[in-house]
Ligand binder design. Sequence first.
Ligand code: GLN
Length: 265
Amino acid sequence: MQPREVTEVSRMLLEAFAEVDRKDILLHPDRALQNDQEKRLLSALELIASGTPVQYVLGKVSFFGMDIHVGPEVLIPRPETEELLQLALERIGRAQTVLDVGTGSGILALGWKKKRPESEVTAVDLSEKALGYARRNAEANGCKVAFSSMDFLDASNWSGLPVCDLILSNPPYVPQKESEEMAPHVLQHEPHLALFVPDDDPLLFYRSLLDFARSGVQKGGNIALEMHPPCAEDVCKLFSDEGFSSDIVFDLSGKERFLFAQKNK
Ligand code: GLN
């Protein structure tokens, strides 16, 4: 960890486990911890020292102004996904019926619903455990979203889904072979189910999303997706070959990260 990160993580842990805020830490730097606070802080430090991401140790993150409960069964929300949501809100504006595919902790569905409460939002995920987090997050943030556990790759499950005006999705997209270059804190702690796709079929989820969109998206409806930058052109082609107006959008680090596609017919 960089020195600045150490200071930041220490502050977060002190705030969470010693129940002090930034001001208390500055004003009373030598205040003794109570016994149980010290115990909780020490066990949190042990987890951090063993490589557990601080977000899992704290059990929550902030996303789009919401407190989001996370644990090892769901991905830690990435800044790119916050960008996707911001871009979707700006570019698409309104949508009556919205579907989030592979919702994980629920962030895209909940972020959209928070800003556009008039939308009817459905969110699906293969993992029941992930949906447990998503449901809890929906309740804590006062958002009404319909959650459903399903294998979206199996088209026979789609009949219960609404025909939508907007699909939001951050599906698994990292080819398995890239796990070798991944940071250990990601590889050893985050759910592989949410990250990886087979090396020989990296567009798996995008093909399925396109198949669904043929009848599951209204004419004029939109699709906003997060992608693996090396696959961006291929994903874009998939949708444009099918007659969608498709647009790749760069993330803040200059990578081809998002696809915005609109169904024309
Ligand atoms: N962006 C994630 C990462 O950094 C991957 C998320 C995904 O596969 N959808 O690893």
